[in-house]
Structure formats: structure tokens, C-alpha cells
Design a protein. Structure first.
Length: 127
């Protein structure tokens, strides 16, 4: 689908509004942002065990981004993890502004869903 708008954030907000006005609930924005430790290992060319130990704080400088999920199967925000690896290990952060906007939109839509829709528009994303 093609959408003309002033920015990606504005296009996402408009699309969410149009889908909801048609009577559907928007529960997320498709993104490749949520990743497992196995995916992080592959993207950073490290072993799974190395990444697991970094995530647990058993190795490295600490402060590894917290998982976005729990209950035994942890999913991490790739945009946060990529920034952390760039800061601490000099691995280039290949995420783009586009990636970060789409990930933020997904987080906002999911948060709004958790709050029962009471946060209204996603206008915070556009700023």
C-alpha cells in the first residue's frame, strides 16, 4: 500500500486512525524489532552464549537492554540492543530512523492497547 503523507510517523498515525474508523482494532505495527538472543547473536556475529552472558550481566560493561517480554522467552528491542552494541563494542548501529519510528509506533500502539485505548492519538510519535 502506498500512502502520501508529510512523514512516516504521520502516515502511521493516519493509517491507524483509518483502520480504527473502519471498526477494526489495531494491536501492533509490523516490525522486525523484537528479537531473541539467538537473533542478536547472529546479527552481531557473536555466539549465543556470549550474548546470553552479556544480557544476564555475567560479562561485559553491564546495562544490556532489558527484555520487552518475560516468562521464560525473552524478546529484546533490536533498536535498543544495536545502540548498546555500538556504544560499548563499536559495532555499527545499522538501524535507521525508519526502523526506530516503526519500532516506536509498535510500542505506542501496544501500550495504548494495554491501557484500553485511553491514550488517544499516537501524536507523540510525530514529534
Amino acid at each position: 500500500m502506498h500512502r502520501d503523507d508529510e512523514s512516516l510517523a504521520s502516515a502511521i498515525i493516519t493509517a491507524v486512525g483509518q483502520v480504527e474508523s473502519a471498526g477494526f482494532a489495531v494491536v501492533g505495527v509490523r516490525t522486525e524489532n523484537l528479537v531473541t538472543l539467538k537473533t542478536i547473536a547472529a546479527r552481531t556475529t557473536r555466539t549465543y552464549e556470549s550474548v546470553r552472558r552479556l544480557a544476564n550481566g555475567d560479562r561485559g560493561p553491564g546495562g544490556f537492554p532489558a527484555p520487552m517480554s518475560g516468562d521464560g522467552y525473552a524478546l529484546y528491542s533490536w533498536t535498543e540492543v544495536a545502540r548498546w552494541f555500538a556504544e560499548h563494542y563499536g559495532i555499527p548501529d545499522t538501524t535507521t530512523r525508519y526502523d526506530r519510528i516503526v519500532a516506536a509506533a509498535d510500542h505506542l500502539v501496544r501500550a495504548r492497547q494495554l491501557l484500553g485505548g485511553e491514550t488517544g492519538q499516537l501524536s507523540a510519535l510525530a514529534s
